[in-house]
Unconditional design. Structure first.
Length: 211
């Protein structure tokens, strides 16, 4: 007797009820956005990635996967080296509409990505605000963090997080959670809007200006 076909691998580590709740919340954000309202997304990456020669290529790769018209900010465009980043982050995060994380893999070609203490805190603050958070993996594209399997590691004074991309994740067939997250980040009439240039106050929102 032939063996029964193997079950399809899960597309999400989140229970169905949590997926439905997430989709509803993301659709609510999309429906409440006013026409012309800016959408600001922060691209988080550790220095070991952001300082590589191919960093701008990474930024472009993320931008092409996000809806058009988003104001995509990075550490280099949002902060200066002389600022106390930890103190500034909470205020800065309040003006964000979403977060994209770039993180190193636990091992090349694997599905597990490692977030250091800074990225972990960024993730937690944006998730707590009910905004979409996506992991960018070059092999898998954008993956909503809600679909990933989190695992806290490290000592209590320096906690870190590992995020595992679901088995069978296919960027070519985005699940409803990803579609909902992208809808929540899409400016109204955004398909007709080019990515904005950064005025001085957005290039460095915490710079001291002359009165």
């Amino acid at each position: 007797m032939p063996a029964a076909p193997a079950a399809a691998p899960p597309k999400s580590y989140a229970p169905p009820a949590r997926q439905r709740g997430y989709i509803t919340a993301m659709r609510r954000i999309a429906a409440s956005r006013e026409p012309g309202a800016p959408v600001r997304v922060y691209l988080s990456a550790p220095p070991l990635i952001a300082e590589r020669d191919n960093w701008e290529d990474r930024v472009k790769a993320v931008r092409t996967r996000l809806p058009r018209g988003i104001d995509l900010l990075t550490y280099g465009t949002a902060f200066t080296g002389g600022e106390d980043y930890v103190e500034r982050w909470e205020k800065f995060a309040q003006g964000l509409d979403g977060l994209v994380l770039i993180a190193p893999q636990k091992k090349p070609g694997g599905k597990v990505y490692r977030l250091g203490p800074t990225a972990r805190d960024e993730l937690r603050s944006v998730v707590a605000a009910g905004k979409p958070v996506l992991l960018f993996a070059r092999t898998y594209g954008l993956v909503p963090v809600v679909d990933c399997l989190p695992n806290r590691v490290g000592p209590p004074h320096r906690p870190r997080t590992k995020l595992a991309v679901p088995e069978g994740w296919d960027a070519k067939t985005p699940p409803p959670t990803l579609e909902a997250a992208l809808a929540a980040l899409r400016p109204k009439d955004g398909d007709a809007v080019e990515p904005p240039t950064h005025p001085a106050h957005l290039l460095n929102p915490f710079a001291v200006t002359a009165s």
